[in-house]
Ligand binder design. Structure first.
Ligand code: TYD
Ligand code: MG
Length: 461
């Protein structure tokens, strides 16, 4: 039964308000509400779901056995999830359009199906033919994958309950909508409401789910991160569309550690796991090129050796430019200032470009020294020896500071055949034994480190 009502529809986000307002309360835009006649169906109460346990229980009596994880066919994804998929968990995968979310999930579906599980793949964005074409490209033929092209929440929930799949995939949560809420699909209220209902079904039937979430222009999933609170895990598939590498990063995980990273490569036939990222990131390196330094960065529990490139060239007009790709621009500004002020590398009339090879993003200060060495190497046009890695945080006084997980970083560098490492002097007093074949060189200051790396007296302070 529907009735006609006057409502105010936001032209920006599609939300529907009962009264006119100058500013849309959902998206925050001004003057976007337009008077519209809409059909309104009376609200139905949200469906009750019987949860098996509702009595308070002693902590010791809580059974975690049914949490045995489902191993996925991709070890990289397994690790990011914290060792497999937890039954009944709802996992959000976010990322820019075209980055490979649907591809990844179809491959996961294929793996679960091959192991004998039933997978329900619900797409609100693509037709069954489009999904089939992608599956053909990926060489997936399993009959255990059930496809559904549907955007209404209610039939989706009904089918999940009826099929009782071992894995359900909803691509994407923004395309799903429920009649219970008046606003348009993809609006904050719709997304929150639909996700909450899917979550209830997942928990009630112990069905693990993947939801695809689009990232808004501001970088959040579905507006003001509404979904991140609701779901169990949030993974972001990142990478440069023009590079083939994709990083799957966990930013929230109720069942494992966050900041784990899985590395994939987008190939002609889908995503391929990269189990040896260091080798891959170093593959195209030119030995003895000026402006290149090697850093060892920790991605979760895993050390990854990466090349950092810098280019300094005289500014031709106006203010010197600083461009950072893969490192924080503020970190670059700080390091440039320390190099100028504490070491005497005259960067005030130099444009500086820094790039982390392979599209990786480094978020930790342990790569500071490598960035600084790369910049100085380019400035003096002197290459860093090809067998040298640099590790250390740079302080504002130009001092080098210790970093975490040092031994793991050194082992990874040694494994890849590096034979020398410059690191902060302070860590040498902690009495650790470097891995075989790796000579460690301590430096107290950035100036000493540059001297050791480039073999030259670096300007005047
Ligand atoms: P898709 O999974 O559709 O991205 P999303 O769901 O995140 O929007 O991936 C789209 C891109 O991936 C598209 O540009 C084509 C590319 N691609 C490959 O390079 N190889 C493949 O095997 C597949 C299936 C896609
Ligand atoms: Mg897609």
């Amino acid at each position: 039964m529907t009735r006609q009502r006057i409502r105010y529809v936001c032209q920006n986000c599609g939300s529907v308000q009962a009264k006119w307002m100058g500013r849309c309360p959902d998206c925050g835009e001004w003057n976007t509400l337009v008077e519209t006649v809409v059909e309104v169906s009376p609200k139905e109460p949200s469906r009750p779901v019987l949860l098996s346990v509702n009595e308070p229980q002693p902590l010791t009596a809580v059974n975690t056995e049914h949490d045995a994880r489902i191993r996925l066919p991709m070890t990289e994804l397994d690790r990011v999830l914290g060792g497999g998929l937890v039954p009944g968990s709802v996992n959000l995968i976010g990322g820019d359009p075209g980055i490979g979310k649907s591809t990844l999930l179809l491959q996961v579906a294929a793996g679960v199906a091959e192991a004998g599980g039933r997978v329900l793949y619900i797409s609100g964005e693509e037709s069954l033919r489009q999904i089939k074409m992608r599956a053909e490209r990926l060489g997936i033929t399993s009959g255990n994958i059930l496809l559904m092209s549907e955007v209404h929440l209610e039939p989706i929930l009904a089918h999940i309950e009826q099929v009782q799949p071992q894995l359900a995939i909803v691509d994407s949560i923004q395309s799903v909508y429920t009649e219970r809420v008046e606003s348009a699909a993809g609006s904050v209220t719709q997304v929150r409401e639909c996700a909450a209902d899917l979550l209830r079904v997942a928990k009630a039937h112990n069905i693990p789910m993947f939801l695809v979430g689009h990232v808004t222009k501001a970088g959040a999933i579905a507006g003001p991160r509404v979904l991140e609170h609701v779901v169990d895990a949030v993974l972001y598939l990142e990478g440069d569309r023009f590079h083939t590498y994709r990083l799957l990063r966990s930013v929230k995980n109720r069942f494992g550690s966050t900041n784990e990273v899985g590395v994939f490569e987008m190939t002609e036939s889908g995503l391929r796991e990269v189990t040896n990222p260091s080798e891959v990131f170093l593959a195209e390196r030119l030995p003895n090129a000026a402006g290149s330094a090697i850093a060892v960065t920790m991605e979760g529990t895993r050390p990854i050796v990466v090349e950092i490139q810098a280019l300094s060239s005289p500014t031709s007009f106006g203010l010197p430019r600083r461009t950072a790709n893969g490192v924080d621009i503020n970190r670059l500004l700080l390091l440039a200032a320390v190099l100028s002020k504490r070491v005497g590398v005259k960067l005030h009339d130099q444009d500086i470009f820094v790039n982390v090879v392979g599209g990786l993003r480094i978020n930790e200060p342990a790569a500071d020294l490598s960035v600084a060495v790369a910049i100085a190497s380019s400035y003096y046009n002197r290459p860093v020896p090809a067998d040298l890695v640099t590790i250390g945080e740079v302080g504002l006084s130009g001092e080098l500071r210790g970093v975490s997980h040092l031994l793991r970083r050194l082992s990874e560098a040694a494994r890849l055949g590096f034979t020398r490492c410059i690191l902060p002097q302070s860590v040498l007093h902690t009495g650790f034994t470097p891995p075989n074949g790796l000579e460690v060189i301590g430096a107290r200051t950035l100036r000493q480190a540059l001297h050791a790396a480039l073999g030259k007296e670096e300007g005047r302070a």
